[in-house]
Each structure stands twice: as structure tokens, then as C-alpha cells.
Design a protein around this ligand. Structure first.
Ligand SMILES: *Cc1c(COP(=O)(O)O)cnc(C)c1O
Length: 429
């Protein structure tokens, strides 16, 4: 039998890199134990919801056509609602991605003449077109919905004074993004989000608060729906799909908000009653069941990467010791060669497409070439180990996911190996 070092060697990791990683890992055991405690708590939360909702084998049956009385779909929505402590949920394969879920939640709950407020700065890139910040066909702006934004203060905190001024008689819905996404601001804790929600609701109690929960699910023991959010929204090819959901999005929230979303997703008059689940239900249930553990593995990977690269002198966000509110890790590598080497390393460690070599290309919607590494079972899934980096200063890579901690660890070591081999990083003695 081969020893562990030789197994790593078979996967392209030199002894030098393996030993360096081992030293870093030793310093993280206490944090990893805390992550496991959060995962344990969240596992119990999901399990309890599944038992209370009496999930049974019938929930996994294939439903086609209109999908009337699709029991699996209806029970799954109950499970999401129970887990997130909301009145209702809409969890569907017909919601194609996170952006779609967010666009749905917004367009379903806003009417012409209403105003949308983002009190925590610029929302995720793809929402600029949804809202109409960037001119786009079918945007909220085209339907007469206005938009107002209050930027964060210099130190990344909320600008309460200007938020107070921004809330007006037209303000109908407030959108808050939990994860920094691909910005450099910090991600918000659920507690911080709760404080912001309380502040806004004190000014205007009837306002609807939506939280973009992408990348945040199960990172903490509470979710934004526990601190006053009327809707939380996310993608099933991120955290809550647990790596098994092949598609989908969710909206969990008040009966009224979710009902509006259902009528918008299908049709007025039809709402939640239609939308066949087409055989994906087992993966939705099972993925949700695994999600707390999968998120824990991804978090360990992010913290491991932060500590590996921070100690080699590269700026990392979040830093090696900060508390975590999402699974994204940014590492500023400072040169295009390093960004490319990092991504090639992540790709080489993948279970799928490990033999292909990613190259920078001009992706639509970006203002520079971008390199992406992903060897995923589900196309574009970013709960699976993936990395991408725009080829422009400051030459940062954004790294996330890993269905298991062991795979995340291998990927990070393989990225480091690639940098060391090319002489782009020198390991300390
Ligand atoms: C991923 C993401 C989205 C959009 O999700 P897609 O599935 O890529 O459309 C929106 N907001 C945040 C914060 C995200 O991380």
C-alpha cells in the first residue's frame, strides 16, 4: 500500500509542497473543529425539517406534464421553509440559476412606480442588467421601477445616515447581498444584516427586505430569514444544492412574497400548482441533506487557501483568521502568470476534465480576458471546486467550493505546486 505522501505524489504534489501544506493545516485544526460544529448544527436543522415534513420515498417519483399534485416538489418546498424558518418557499428546477431567482423575486414583488433600494452598495454584476443600471431588455427600469443605491462607507460598514435619507414614499423593496461576490468589500454576517434590516424597518415597517443569500447558506447557524428578511434567495448549483442538484433556484420567505413569485414564475392564476419536477427531486432532497457538510468542506478549503497564500506574502480576502460569512476566497497574486498557473493547478486536481488546460479568453460581459478553472460534474457549479481570475491588475483569483475537504485541499496544493514549478513562488525553508 502506498503511503499518503506517495498518493499525493501520484496526483502531482511534490513532497516539499505537501509538507508545507501539512504545517499550515496543523495550525487550523481548532477552526476546522468550529466549522464542524456549525455543520453538525445545520445537519440537525435539515434532518429535523425532513422528518417533520414526513419525507418519504414517494417524494422522489418522476412527475411530468403540468405537475399537478407533484408531492415531491411540494414537500421539498416545505422542507426549505421549515429549515429556513419561513412561511413558504419556492424551490424549482424551472428557476434556471441564481440571477433568475433574484430577478423573479424582484419583478414579482415590485410594481410600476415602486422604488428598489440597495443600502449596501452595488449589487452582483448580473443584477445590474436585471435592475437596469446597465440598459437591458426587460429590465425593471423598462417597467417603470426606479432604483436607488447607498454605497458602503470607506471601512465597509453601512452608511446609516444616507440610508435614512434614501428611504422614501416610493421605496417598496430593499435588497441586501450577503456575500461580497467578486467585489473587495467584506461579506456581511447574518447579525450585521439583521441590524440593517431592523434599521430600515424602523423607518418604514411595510418595506419588503430581500437578501441575496448566494454562497451564504449554512455558513452560519442562522440565516437572514432568522433576522427579519422577508425573502432569501439563492442558487441550487451553489451551497443548498449540496453538489447534487443539477439545476435550480429557491426563494424562501413570507407567504405573500413567495406567492407573488409563484404567480410570476408560472402564470397568474396558476402559481405554485404547476411545474413538474421531472425526476430531479431525489437530487434536490439529497443535496439539501448533504449541503451543511459540503459547505463545511468548502469553508475549510477557503481558510486553508487563505493561510497558505497569506504566509507566502500575498494579500488575501478574507484574511487567514477572520470569521467567514460565505465560501469565496480571493487571493491577489500580482501577475498574470501566477493567476494562470493557479487556475491550471485547480483544473489539474479536478475529478472531471483534469487533463484540459484552461486559457484566458474574452468572456462576454467582462472588460478583460478571464481564466476559469472548473472540472465539475454540473456545468458552472461553484459549490464544486472552481476558480476564476480576470487578467487585469491587481491579478486576483477568486476561488470557491470543493464538494469534500480532501478535494479542496488537493486543489489548493496543486495550485501551489504549479506556482512553485514555474518559479513564481518560492516556499520558505
Ligand atoms: C452567483 C451569485 C449570483 C448569481 O447567480 P447565478 O447562478 O450565477 O446566476 C448572484 N448573487 C451572488 C452574490 C452570487 O454569488
Amino acid at each position: 500500500m502506498l503511503d499518503t505522501t506517495s498518493m499525493y505524489n501520484n496526483l502531482g504534489i511534490s513532497e516539499e509542497v505537501y509538507e508545507y501544506g501539512k504545517k499550515i493545516e496543523q495550525t487550523l485544526l481548532e477552526r476546522f473543529a468550529e466549522i464542524d460544529r456549525v455543520a453538525e448544527y445545520n445537519q440537525l436543522k435539515v434532518l429535523h425539517a425532513m422528518q417533520e415534513c414526513r419525507v418519504n420515498e414517494g417524494c422522489f417519483h418522476y412527475a411530468s406534464g403540468y405537475g399537478y399534485n407533484d408531492r415531491g416538489r411540494d414537500v421539498l418546498e416545505e422542507v426549505y421553509a421549515k429549515t429556513f424558518h419561513t412561511e413558504a418557499a419556492l424551490v424549482r428546477p424551472q428557476i434556471t440559476c441564481g440571477t433568475h431567482a433574484l430577478a423573479l423575486a424582484l419583478s414579482a414583488n415590485l410594481r410600476p412606480g415602486d422604488e428598489l433600494l440597495s443600502p449596501a452598495g452595488k449589487p452582483y454584476d448580473t443584477l445590474e442588467e436585471v435592475i437596469g443600471i446597465r440598459k437591458s431588455k426587460g429590465s425593471l427600469a423598462e417597467y417603470g421601477i426606479s432604483y436607488r443605491q447607498v454605497d458602503l462607507l470607506e471601512d465597509g460598514t453601512f452608511d446609516y445616515e444616507n440610508i435614512r435619507k434614501a428611504v422614501n414614499e416610493k421605496t417598496k423593496l430593499v435588497t441586501i447581498q450577503r456575500s461580497k461576490g467578486y467585489q473587495t468589500r467584506p461579506s456581511f454576517s447574518v447579525k450585521q444584516i439583521g441590524e440593517l434590516i431592523a434599521f430600515v424597518k424602523e423607518i418604514k415597517p411595510e418595506v419588503i427586505v430581500m437578501v441575496d443569500n448566494c454562497y451564504g447558506e449554512f455558513v452560519e447557524t442562522i440565516e437572514p430569514s432568522d433576522v427579519g428578511a422577508d425573502m432569501i434567495v439563492g442558487s441550487l448549483i451553489k451551497n443548498p444544492g449540496g453538489g447534487l442538484a443539477p439545476i435550480g433556484g429557491y426563494i424562501a420567505g413570507t407567504e405573500e412574497c413567495v406567492e407573488n413569485c409563484a404567480y410570476r414564475l408560472t402564470s397568474p392564476g396558476l402559481g405554485k400548482e404547476v411545474g413538474a419536477s421531472l425526476g430531479v427531486m431525489q437530487s434536490f432532497f439529497q443535496g439539501f441533506f448533504l449541503a451543511p457538510t459540503v459547505v463545511a468542506g468548502a469553508l475549510k478549503g477557503a481558510i486553508f487557501a487563505a493561510n497558505i497564500y497569506e504566509r507566502l506574502g500575498f494579500p488575501v480576502i478574507p484574511n487567514g483568521v477572520e470569521s467567514r460569512h460565505d465560501i469565496i476566497q480571493a487571493v491577489t497574486l500580482g501577475s498574470p502568470e501566477r493567476v494562470i498557473a493557479f487556475c491550471k493547478g485547480i483544473q489539474a486536481a479536478a475529478p472531471v476534465d483534469s487533463y484540459v488546460s484552461p486559457e484566458p479568453w474574452a468572456m462576454p460581459g467582462y472588460d478583460s480576458d478571464v481564466i476559469m478553472a472548473a472540472g465539475a460534474f454540473v456545468q458552472g457549479s461553484s459549490i464544486e471546486l472552481s476558480a476564476d481570475g480576470p487578467i487585469k491588475p491587481p491579478y486576483a483569483v477568486y476561488f470557491q467550493g470543493g464538494l469534500t475537504w480532501a478535494h479542496a485541499k488537493l486543489g489548493i496544493l496543486r495550485s501551489l505546486e504549479e506556482l512553485v514549478r514555474r518559479g513564481l513562488v518560492i516556499l520558505p525553508e
